[in-house]
Design a protein. Sequence first.
Lengths: 164, 322
Amino acid sequence: MFKAKLKEAIICFSNPRVTLPYPFGPGNPVVEGFRGKLDIDETKCIGCGGCANVCPSRLIRFYDDGTVTRMQFVLDRCTYCGRCAEVCPEKAITMTQQFETATDDKSDLYIEQTLYMATCARCGRCFETTNSIDKIPTRRQRQGRNYLGPAMPHGAPAGAEGQS
Amino acid sequence: MHSTAYCQAVEQAAEITVPARGRYIRTILLELERIQSHLLWLGIAGHIIGFDTVLMQAWRIREPVMWLCEKITGNRKLLGMNLVGGVRRDIPQEIHAELLQVLAGIDKECKKVLDAITTDTTLFMRCENVGRISAADAVALSLLGPTARASGIGRDIRVDHPYAAYAEVGCQVIVETGEDIWSRVVVRMKETLEAVRIIRDCLALMPKGSIMADVTDRIPAGRIGLSSVEAPRGETHHFVITGEDSRPYRWKARAPTFQNLQGIPVMVQGENIADVPIGLGSMDPCFSCTERWETVDLRSGRVRVYSKAELQELCRKRYSIR
């Protein structure tokens, strides 16, 4: 009996405090690669819908309104699996380090974004999101032959294709 | 645990073979989960009988496993590693050394704690010959997992129907014949040590290669899959009928707690009231968060929240209990 208590006391005293001084201490208690609340960069998103297809909770929804595509993220159902970030071809969705997501207001966990659809120069119908059109390294069709605007997304210098 | 069972059921239905490395990584994660679950249970059991030292110490020992899981998978719990066809992230060579170091720590500390508490008479008085379930009752009530193994029934899915990499690394079934709460403590502690052994063997035997099968086709509809996994609490069974569009048509999961709870009437018969909490706790029950249920209509976006009373009513209607 006494021996057992002594052994228990030795275990207790031979180990230092292991709890972190969270939330008063410095530093972030999560490691790199932690899957926190997701974040979406609307300048990168091309609206392909891959994330909505793989989401196990099916919390990502797409509405195609013709001129715009609306995307809704209802994150109160998110299980933080990170599949959306994994399949995103443009790396528009990232899992942040944010883990303090407890809230009494559900709208904190709601993201909505609107992607504008590009119009076809010939028929005038909307057919694709502008982000994905901007990826194509030619702007002659839309901006004119002597376009000298900012550099192209894929590294082609401005106006490069206009000189040929 | 459940994701492994579900993925295995779908893989069986669609006849997908998981690469060897994927199976080994699944085994390692299942055993890490078992270690943390058993240590968490030891702490809770200590807390129930008022022995809070063991709560603090068991959870201190458990914490490095949680950090390791976070490092490997990106989260402490809900590892999200399984996909139909394999696993999502590899366990790189750099983490092996750290993993082995954590395992050595667990091994050493568990033995120390086990050594200290086995001679503790206060603990013995609360646990020995309390909450007895005889072997005959355990068979009659189909008890599972550590609860059955502490009554001398050597039931273990890992050995009876090997899955993942258990056929290669083997697994020793821990059986105690005490039939009481103390035996359940000992079974769980020894299983923790066995889990450490399994992970070490897995790391040594793990082949190189891909972690995901090449799943490019749609999963055929109308196939049936059934898989069983030995969870820390007992057997988990998942049954799936595949449907159109690579989505399940029917899915049924049976977790071990419901089956183990059938042993409670036998266990508490003739016991003191004060022994009921630890008796119930010794089964490691998981009264999961089923008091609230939210359904979403994906077409209209309408959300309906069911309260506890509504769920009870539904349940009674379903099983015709009045």
